[in-house]
Design a binder for this molecule. Structure first.
Ligand code: NAP
Length: 226
């Protein structure tokens, strides 16, 4: 096992199910935290591993805040929840951050008996057909697709097409009202000097101001709006 899994070893042998909460978290906000907690409770998951990616494979041409900041903000945001851990597994692995590599490493750490979930935004999961080794990805875990209120679920079914026929028993949806909050909106608000209070933990808000993240709109405003 590589050094990037060392922060997971203390959980070895102590869990029956683990959910990987994958994302760019630029920045992490209450929508992400509520999603993870809702999924944990609904699917009775022992631990949720937040896995900030180093370089999202589908955003190679867009600026993303340096991984060290996104990692630190994720640690700050999750510190008060005893079921939440943050893993450096993707941060410490050379880019790009393919989910299949993470699943293989996590499986190696926890063994074949542990039930694995992957939680992410429904929009991210919708693109799964373009992911590396998609069939193996689908074999290795259950998916929890988090949707914002009013999200057209039939769209998820239509776009996943034949994959869903084969794996429909492996994809679950949770509707999370707090996902009306979005990282894109938070970045825009900071750049435009608008408030972000109550959209994310105060510790993360303070971190953003301390390191002047997102202040310069020019650094990221060509990022496609979601
Ligand atoms: P994204 O494209 O930035 O996000 C798509 C939508 O999902 C956004 O509305 C986003 O909201 C939301 N979202 C993202 N992560 C979420 C989470 N954990 N819980 C709830 N909502 C979430 O997605 P991304 O963050 O870059 O990627 C999502 C995950 O898929 C990451 O782990 C990434 O590495 C993985 N991925 C893997 C591959 C591959 O293996 N080839 C390709 C693409 C993505 P916010 O903007 O507010 O977060």
């Amino acid at each position: 096992m590589g050094p990037e899994v060392r922060d997971l070893l203390h959980l070895q042998g102590k869990v029956k199910s683990v959910a990987i909460m994958g994302g760019t978290f630029d920045p992490i906000h209450y929508g992400h935290l509520v999603t993870a907690e809702a999924a944990r409770v609904e699917y009775q998951v022992d631990k949720v591993l937040f896995v900030p990616n180093r370089q999202p494979p589908h955003k190679k041409d867009y600026p993303v805040t340096p991984a060290k900041h996104r990692y630190q903000m994720t640690v700050l945001a999750t510190i008060t929840n005893p079921y939440f851990y943050v893993s450096r597994i993707e941060i410490d692995r050379p880019a790009p951050s393919y989910t299949i590599d993470t699943l293989r490493s996590v499986r190696k750490v926890f063994g074949p008996e542990v039930k694995l979930y992957f939680i992410s935004g429904a929009d991210a999961i919708l693109d799964i057909l373009t992911w590396k080794d998609v069939d193996e990805v689908m074999e290795m875990c259950y998916f929890i697709a988090a949707t914002r209120p009013g999200y057209p679920l039939e769209e998820l079914g239509r776009r996943l097409g034949h994959l869903l026929e084969k794996y429909s028993h492996k994809v679950y949806c949770v509707e999370v009202p707090a996902l009306a909050i979005s990282s894109t909106d938070i970045r825009q608000r900071v750049a435009q000097n608008r408030p972000i209070k109550y959209l994310l933990p105060e510790s993360v808000e303070n971190y953003i101001y301390k390191y002047r993240l997102y202040h310069d709109e020019g650094n990221w405003n060509h990022h496609p709006l979601k």
